[in-house]
Design a protein around this ligand. Structure first.
Ligand SMILES: Nc1ncnc2c1ncn2[C@@H]1O[C@H](COP(=O)(O)OP(=O)(O)OP(=O)(O)O)[C@@H](O)[C@H]1O
Length: 283
């Protein structure tokens, strides 16, 4: 396959991953989970990363967030090579709010002992914003994620799942980051909440933030991503515009994904075709 998986025209990328390898385990247990992953994300761009369970999506997110160390390759965020950063440098980078994250389970992104107001103000206060200014910005952001100010005094455990995820999205975006990594942000939500969060993310993109949106569900990514990258068994097998990847998928695994996605408005591959694609993948 001759797809150039890393090149993206235009301004300097906000995220540039080059030839990334990640291993888990030691000695005999050592296993490669990501291999030769290269991907650029331009400022303001939304890139969807899709792949089946175990393909390495969350590992890629963790590597970019410094939660797991790369065994080879580089990760450059906003021009800084962060792949060799130590814990302290990572902490400083997160404190500056350049890169933020939203996980599938909002309780992982939110401190259960902090009120919603404190949770939303915290990243701003860490940046040196005054308490007064932080309170104003928190309220403004709350309305952008369509939540009422009544929730500000509550703890995360006192909100519904959909409300919690909106708070997590607000917390990730309130510092005006350049890049937000969203790992399965809508997978735990019912369909009404899923649609609302996707709509909110679309609206927030107008601020120019770059989003990396990870999902096993092509249908969730299809409506929001400018480009889609397909991860298969730890390797990126296809990257292209959402229109190309969905309308004219090139790799057999992508064709299988597109054919199996019931919410996409493309003719679903019939059972025989899917079986043939599976046979090709496992040949
Ligand atoms: N901490 C770990 N130690 C050892 N192996 C791990 C660890 N975390 C993940 N793995 C393995 O690495 C592979 C990739 O896992 P990863 O969580 O990145 O996949 P994923 O595509 O995000 O899957 P899912 O959609 O199920 O979340 C899997 O085989 C998984 O079992």
């Amino acid at each position: 396959m001759s797809t150039d998986l890393s090149r993206q025209p235009g301004s300097d990328p906000v995220l540039s991953v080059e030839n990334l390898d990640v291993h888990y385990g030691l000695r005999r247990q050592r296993r490669r989970v990501l291999h030769g992953v290269s991907l650029n994300v331009a400022p303001g761009e939304t890139v969807g990363i899709i792949g089946e369970t175990g393909s390495g999506k969350s590992t890629l997110a963790r590597a970019v967030l410094g939660l797991v160390r790369a065994s080879a390759g580089s990760i450059v965020v906003g021009g800084e090579d962060i792949s060799a950063y130590g814990t302290r440098q990572w902490r400083a980078l997160r404190r500056r709010g350049v890169i933020q994250y939203v996980f599938q389970d909002p309780l992982r992104s939110l401190d259960p002992d902090l009120t919603i107001e404190a949770s939303l103000a915290e990243p701003l206060l860490l940046q040196g914003v005054s308490r007064e200014e932080a309170a104003t910005r928190v309220r403004a952001f709350l309305s952008r994620v369509k939540l009422s100010e009544e929730l500000l005094d509550r703890l995360p455990g006192e909100l519904s799942g959909g409300q919690r995820q909106r708070v997590a999205v607000a917390r990730a975006l309130v510092t005006d980051p350049r890049l937000v990594i969203l790992d399965e942000p809508v997978s735990a939500l019912d369909s009404a909440n899923r649609v609302q969060i996707l709509q909110i993310l679309k609206e927030l993109r107008a601020d120019g933030v770059a989003l990396v949106f990870i999902s096993h569900d092509l249908g969730s990514v299809a409506g929001i991503a400018d480009r889609i990258a397909v991860l298969y068994q730890g390797e990126l097998v296809e990257v292209g515009t959402a229109r190309d990847v969905i309308g004219a998928p090139r790799h057999p695994y992508t064709r299988l994904l597109v054919g199996s996605a019931p919410t996409l408005h493309t003719p679903a591959a019939d059972r025989a075709e899917r079986a043939a694609l599976r046979a090709l993948l496992h040949a």
